[in-house]
Ligand binder design. Sequence first.
Ligand code: WQD
Length: 341
Amino acid sequence: MGEKVLVTGGTGYIGSHTVVELQNAGFKAVIADNLSNSRIEVVDSIAKITGRKPEFEKVDLSSAEECKQLFEKHPGIGSIIHFAAYKSVGESVDKPLEYYHNNINSLINILNNMHRLGIRHMVFSSSCTVYGQPDQLPVTEETPRKPAQSPYGNTKAICEDIIRDFCKAQADYSCIALRYFNPIGAHPSALIGELPLGVPNNLVPFITQTAAGIRKELSIFGDDYNTPDGTAIRDYINVVDLSKAHVVAIKRLIDNKQKNNYEYFNIGTGTGLSVMELVQTFIKVTGVKLPYKIAPRRPGDIEKIWADTSLSNKELGWKAEKSTEETLLSAWNWEKHFRGI
Ligand code: WQD
């Protein structure tokens, strides 16, 4: 049985898929989650997929005391993958203090316990949102970050800086930040997937809920962008491909292959897709007549972004493998399974 990895936010969308891939790679996973944006049933779903039930602790990581107790209760943690954070762009605009408190204090508490206990490896869940609207595309890791468009995005940039400075001060600790582009899709088993509570902010869950008849119609936010079909462009990355990148990153740290003790990588497909192209692909692969309309632009949205993934391909030896078609079908299968359709 391999190294014990603490996965914070491990019952969440990307966290749960990463626990599956960690277990498939022979690691032991301990999940810490406050269940504010996920359900405890995900633990059993993971066990159904892998045949092994991860340990689980309900914990508020923004509490220094609760975070300390977590590590007391689970000795032998060798490395950490830190997902736990509030992640809604829109909500962060309405509740900035909650976002700064939760996302930043959770990270600082994790780093303090890493340092206290000599846990030397962490992979951090970051986001392409740190680039804002890049001046040049595709965006590389050396593209300068831009002022965040939201408090959520700002917490990601601040957390990257905290990790960078921690690693500068502690040369024998190593961290990797993975800058996700747009994660979509679900595990092929359809037993885990994206489960937004309330009205989905993100495109694909809104599409699958509309296809399931839960939402009346999809609003496409703007068709007057400077793009081929006028709708905004993103780099949609399959969630299983994305989860595998975390296993590769943890192995890189454990095997001491990192070039320096703070690295960051773009995790995307390297291809941009417009909202309309994604909608038409969903309709094509599922045969569902998806009702949609063109609506005004959503404030805060950027026009277009997609990744240059050559660094993660070369240094991590990782590449996105699944097609958009397969990914959208997996999202639809998950929606149908979850709704019992
Ligand atoms: C994608 C495109 C929308 C909904 C954000 C965060 C990122 C990450 C993912 C957390 C945009 C359009 C959407 C809808 C639409 N955060 N859209 N109708 O905004 O690129 O990224 O979520 O995990 O850090 O910044 O993702 O899925 O919300 O939007 O037309 O009902 O789909 O305008 O062009 P986004 P998204």
